[in-house]
Design a protein around this ligand. Sequence first.
Ligand SMILES: Nc1nc2c(c(=O)[nH]1)N[C@H]1C(S)=C(S)[C@@H](COP(=O)(O)O)O[C@H]1N2
Ligand SMILES: [Mo]
Length: 253
Amino acid sequence: MTQISRRKLLTGGIVVAAAGVSGLAAANRIARRYGLIPPDSGGIYGPGETLTYAAQRLITTHSLAREFPRSMISKTPFANEVATPSDEFKRHQAANFIDWRLTVDGMVTNPVSLSISDIKAMPFRNQVTEVVCEEGWSYVAEWIGTPLHEVLHAAEILPQARYVVYRSIEPDWWDSIDMADALHPQTFITWGMNDGDLPVGFGGPLRMRVPRQLGYKSVKYLVHLTAADSLKHFGKGLGSSAPEGGYAWYAGI
Ligand SMILES: Nc1nc2c(c(=O)[nH]1)N[C@H]1C(S)=C(S)[C@@H](COP(=O)(O)O)O[C@H]1N2
Ligand SMILES: [Mo]
């Protein structure tokens, strides 16, 4: 059986099971068999979260977020700015981010601590994609960055790793993605925007861009990546700070 028809069969199975009487439970059994259980699968909304994540992963793993022509770049993009940056952040900003480091650890053979110029020296790409906030607003911008897979490759990520956990210098902002998104060609460690450096309001000096998911997964002021085979021991074990506040871990768009 080809990969595609197997995938269709599985997806069909999940969707049909979800439509049935004991639907969500059956869909969950299928998802569990294929290891497609998100970290926030418990609680009232858990079965729904599992259905969304498993169905998305079986259908759209390799699809790209829409890219726009440069003429559609928003003239006045809205930055959801951080009202009170910490003293630590202000010190980095005053020093032009010369001491900013992105630490990469966890399930890697070669843990690294990269400066902004180390990252800029790696292969980079650009994309014109949309930031979509769960509150209903969006904007289109050009993002310039090093694909996350380049950084993971430099750190020699181990094949057992299933997730990448990422943290902002803002302690409340941390998140994680599975390897399908971590290795996705549009998932960037972003350092440029619209032909210039990434402005602080938009997450400079470093921001994760995950254009296949809602804006809150694109964490600003990135300082730390950890490769892991489980999310159990991070925070409350739900995969990110988002489900701790009632939002989905997997926020595909
Ligand atoms: N560190 C950090 N990252 C963050 C946020 C934040 O407040 N702090 N807000 C998130 C949310 S909810 C959205 S919608 C986008 C907004 O991106 P923008 O500021 O470029 O508009 O950033 C996300 N990343
Ligand atoms: Mo948001």
